[in-house]
Design a protein around this ligand. Sequence first.
Ligand code: FAD
Ligand code: SF4
Length: 514
Amino acid sequence: MKKTLRLILGDQLNLQHSWFKKKDNNYTYVLMETMEEASYVSHHIQKVIAFFFSMRNFNDTLNEKGFQTIYLKLDNSSNLQSFSDNITHLVESQNFERFEYQLPDEYRLDIVLNELTNQLSIECAASDTEHFFTSRSELKDFFEKKKSKQWLMESFYRAMRKKHQILIENDDKPLGGKWNYDASNRKKLPKDLTVISPKLYAKDVSEIHSLILKMEIKTIGNVDEKSFIWPTNREESTDLLEFFIVNCLPYFGDFQDAMAKNLWSIYHSRLSFALNCKMLSPKEVIDEILSYWEHNRSEIDISQVEGFIRQILGWREYMRGIYWAKMPEYEKVNQLSHDNKLPEFYWTGKTKMNCLQDTIQQSLDYAYAHHIQRLMVTGNFALLAGINPAEVDQWYLGIYIDAIQWVELPNTRGMSQYADGGLIATKPYVSSANYINKMSNYCQKCHYNSSEKIGDKACPFNSLYWNFIDRHIDLWKKNQRMGIIVANWEKQDPDQKTAVLKQAAKYLANLDKL
Ligand code: FAD
Ligand code: SF4
């Protein structure tokens, strides 16, 4: 048996992996905190802490279970600060005869590790992460086989439901008769509903925080170092899953699209970090939900359960498949040729627009915003304002606790910024103030007036919305789903249209002041 070095990346904290089924002293596992990973984008401080803290916990668990590890802290004198340099050095200095790694989820690291294995003069091998329901190429193969032009999430999701027999009856029929309960997932929060407070973990992370400051890593956002809120080990991850199932699942589907001032996660699970680091597997999340539902069917409607499973089995696997099918070109797509600069308030939260102020401030405070805030507030505004998708990507990739490129990029470039020409979204996710007013209480206390299009107090979303439609009208005319909107714009009074476009031009010239 060869003396083998096994690399564990920061998002591969999966104790259920077959690597850990039995102990063998021929294997040494290495985890490393590197400047390279901590600074390829300006990450939120909570994100850097969460990764390093979880890695250290994972390392401790492996040691407790008797596995041999090497852990390189950020300021370790032998840390060469990149995966390749550290591995090369370890292989040479400790005479390893074989190197193994689990396939990374990011394209960037795939290249790095491929190059490294070509350079190493010892035997190298890669294995699967054993985390996802699908392989890297499964989505591509699925749509190419069907010869589909449009890669619709819904058709992939249905195939996954059938393949894995989830919410299925009579072989291939959807349980309950419907594949999708999306239409009942759009309720606003009733005024008399008291939303449960999110379950938070209160850990002291001051040691890691000080280390990050000492090493002068450039970060964004805020942190309470004496009371860190995110799950950073397996126990907390499973505990958060249980909290979600008992307290939030019964309302999840109904209020999935709702937003409210100062309610930063409503009934969302906040499991994305634990899932993306692989402390939880998507299969066990779905199994736990179905098992709980089995015993509580009379209390939880199928629409809540399907609404959640669609996110995990549908959207999450779909986004990963798109990423691997379309990289590396996907990183550059900008079909609308948007090139405006991201307004400064995305980094500070200082804007008079209440919806953006609340969403950005909570992102800075918690490294989190839920899906509709990301899509219909910050994403919507960036798209309407014609911001360069590369800048939008940098922002999303940095600010969220769960942001790893394989899932961030297709969500941002594709779903949110329509930069892929409609591969993911059949029409752009844009709205005027109408939608935000319908789904939240933001507009009630805003400096701007949600029903005005023109004037000093007119909500910027309104004129920018019509400006966006007008700016790309030739493209929308080719899109059946945009027909009603195009017709609506074209039939408006010409003087009114001119005034709306003038208002939008004024706002576009002063984005930083809104
Ligand atoms: P819940 O609402 O409780 O959903 C449960 C789980 O479903 C999530 O934890 C997540 O794993 C999965 N999920 C839900 N929607 C999606 C989706 N669209 N794509 C992939 N998985 C999904 N998610 C990330 O994990 N990392 C990102 O970097 C990221 N960037 C995004 C950028 C934009 C512009 C948008 C619109 C969405 C982004 N998402 C990203 C998807 C989604 O917003 C987050 O997964 C979700 O908000 C995480 O919070 P939660 O765990 O409370 O999710
Ligand atoms: Fe946002 Fe406009 Fe509503 Fe203000 S009025 S909260 S800017 S949508």
